[in-house]
Write a protein that binds this ligand. Structure first.
Ligand SMILES: Nc1ncnc2c1ncn2[C@@H]1O[C@H](COP(=O)(O)OP(=O)(O)O)[C@@H](O)[C@H]1O
Ligand SMILES: [Mg+2]
Length: 300
């Protein structure tokens, strides 16, 4: 079952800005899925459309098979969203906000207190339990937003830049909690500017740029499809003999130092060739990061 199925979604805002241009995506149930792209790519617009807060110009969006233009109310019950902008309910305490949202999403009164305690502990928010939301610091407000969206352990959780401007400690707290809920079965979609974060957490990634999907792929496969590996070797003798046995890829010689840049996955070929030369003094292999691939694809 697909948790989310987006088919040819386009969005033109009233001022004529085309934020999305026939975007299609599929997110399988149980995955952690990263939606990446530069500022203005259309990520928040897409999240708004999936969650029913932004109207679409054309196309369809389904959540667990429910078309959100026909069954929005049902779809919303399966969904928890942490929006990019901080919103809060200033006059209520942390406990009251969570009690309200848990109740709204059908968590029974008897279970609510336990559930709230669990969430407060996981997000290290317990000491603010009776604090009114307007007196919370920025980081604490962010925790409350995450708590509020996840309190009912929805089947689908969407987080829009949940860790932007957040310190390392809080990032770790948020991701540990999200991973725990994912283990219990919730599907997670998130956007982030921290590509190492996406590389570590997501099994699948979509990159969008200027309102279009440029790639949707399993994270592990991305580097084989688009990555370049660098091999730096120092030889006993000068490397010029190599010229005869190596062909296509980019090779630079500098006396007895060799640099080979090749498509990721091809490196064993060159390593074998280098081994036949003998007298290998040093070898370093540089694998591409998601950041390298992102920059390459978005600039292309
Ligand atoms: N309410 C709006 N009215 C007009 N244009 C908008 C509105 N919201 C976003 N946009 C524009 O749509 C494009 C995509 O924005 P957004 O979805 O926020 O991108 P991202 O989240 O990837 O940074 C941008 O050009 C942005 O300026
Ligand atoms: Mg955004």
């Amino acid at each position: 079952m697909e948790a989310v199925e987006i088919d040819k979604i386009s969005k033109i805002y009233e001022d004529g800005t085309q934020a999305l241009n026939e975007v299609s995506l599929k997110v399988r149930e149980g995955k952690i899925y990263g939606l990446l792209g530069p500022n203005g790519a259309g990520k928040s617009t897409l999240i708004g459309i999936i969650s029913g807060t932004v109207s679409k110009t054309s196309g369809t969006a389904k959540i667990f098979g429910l078309d959100n233009s026909k069954d929005l109310q049902k779809a919303k019950l399966l969904l928890g969203v942490v929006p990019q902008e901080v919103v809060s309910e200033p006059v209520f305490t942390v406990f009251e906000v969570l009690d309200f949202f848990a109740g709204f999403y059908g968590v029974k009164k008897n279970d609510r207190k336990k559930k709230i305690d669990e969430v407060l502990e996981a997000l290290h928010l317990g000491s603010k339990r009776n604090t009114r939301a307007r007196f919370l610091s920025g980081g604490m407000k962010r925790r409350l937003m995450v708590a509020k969206a996840l309190i009912h352990e929805p089947k689908l959780i969407i987080l829009d830049e949940p860790t932007a401007g957040v310190d390392v400690e809080l990032r770790t707290i948020i991701w540990n909690y999200v991973k725990e809920i994912n283990k219990k079965g919730s599907t997670i979609i998130f956007t982030t500017h921290y590509l190492e974060e996406a590389e570590k957490l997501c099994s699948e990634i979509a990159i969008i740029n200027k309102g279009k999907v440029i790639v949707e792929e399993e994270t592990d496969k991305l580097k084989y499809l688009f990555g370049e590996t660098t091999i730096d070797a120092t030889l006993e003798n000068t490397g010029f003999e190599l010229e005869k046995i190596l062909d296509t890829d980019i090779i630079k010689f500098n006396d007895n130092e060799v640099k080979i840049i090749t498509k990721t996955g091809n490196e064993s070929y060159y390593l074998q060739k280098l081994a036949t030369l003998g007298g290998l003094k040093k070898i370093e292999i540089g694998q591409p990061s998601l950041e390298d691939i992102f920059v390459k694809l978005v600039k292309a």
